[in-house]
Write a protein that binds this ligand. Sequence first.
Ligand code: TYM
Length: 344
Amino acid sequence: MSTLPQRVFSGVQSSGNLHLGNYLGAITRFVELQKNFDCLYCVVDLHAITVPQDPLSLRANTRKAAATFIACGIDPKKNIVFNQSQVAEHAELAWILNCVARIGWLNRMTQFKEKAGKDRENASIGLYDYPVLMAADILIYRATHVPVGEDQKQHLELARDIAQKFNNDFAASIARNGFGESFFPVPEPLIAGPATRVMSLRDGAKKMSKSDISDYSRINLADDADQIAQKIKKAKTDPDALPSDEKGLEGRPEADNLVGIFAALAGRTKADVLGEYGGANFSAFKNALIDLSVAKLAPITSEMRRLTQDETYVDGVLRDGAERARVLARANMNAVKDIVGLLR
Ligand code: TYM
C-alpha cells in the first residue's frame, strides 16, 4: 500500500460570513490537526461561484475567510493557507475526474437537490459538478484526511469512490508509471466531536447555515458580544429543565443543540456538561452559554477585524500559500497526465 505522508486538506467557501457551525464543525478541528499533520486549508472561491456572486464582495469574502482561519489559530507558516482559484490544478484535475465520476453518482447528491430546489433546470452545471471539484481539491494533494462537518459526509464518500475508480480504471498505467497499486489514497473523513452538525438557533431540525434568511438562526463569527447574547437569549428551547444525562436529550433537538455547542466551545463532552447543568432551567444555562461564547469568540472576532483591515498581509499569506500548494499540485498533476496518457 501507499507510503505517502499523512496529509490533511479541507476547504471553506468564501461566500458570506462564517458562522459557529463552520467554526465548531470544521475550523476548530483544523486548528487541532495542525499539531500533528501537514495541512492545507483552502478558501474555495471556485465553489462559491457555483451560485451568483458579486465580484467585489467575493474578493472581500475570500480575504475575510482567510483572515478568519488565521484569527482562529491556524498558523499560515506551518500550514498552507490559500485560495483555490490561485492553483489552477484544482480545476484541471476536476476535468479528468469528471471523466471518471458517473452521472448516477452525482444524481444521488442531496446537497445539489436542496440547493437547486424546484428550479433544477436553471441551476448552473457548476453547482451540479461541485462535488467533483471538491474531490479534485482533496486528491490533487493526495490528501489522506479531511476534517469536515456532518453535512459534507456524502461529498466525501463520492471523493472516495472517485479515487477508487481512478485507481481501478488506470491500474495498469499506475503500475507502469512506478506508482505501485494505487495512485490516489482513499481519503478518510474526520467527522467527530460534540458539534459535527450545529443546528439553527430558531429550529432544531434545520442546520445552522449562512443561507438561512433569519440572522437569529446563527451566530456569525463577526457578531459582537451583544448580538451573541441576544441570539442565545432568543434561541428556541422547550419548557423542561435540562436532563442530567445524554439520553434525556433524545427528542429535544434544541436542548441537544445548545448542550452540544456548550460542550464544543468548552472542550468538554455533552455528558460532562449535563453532569454540571442537569436540572438547571434554560435561562441559567443560556446565561452560562452566553458567557462562554463571548469569552471564546470575542478575541477571534477582534483579531478577524484587525486582519481584515490588513489586506496586504492577507493577500501575502494567500499568495505564499498558493505558491507552496502549486508545487505539490503540479507534481501530482504531471503524474496524473502520465497515468491517463496526456502528453506534456
Ligand atoms: P462550507 O463552506 O459549506 O462549510 C465549511 C465547513 O463547515 C462545516 N459546516 C458545519 N459543521 C457543523 N455544523 C454546521 N451547521 C455546519 N455548516 C457548515 C462544513 O461541513 C465544512 O466542513 N464543500 C465544502 C467546502 C469544500 C471542501 C473541499 C471541504 C470544498 N472542497 C474539500 C473539504 C474538502 C463546503 O461548501 O463547505
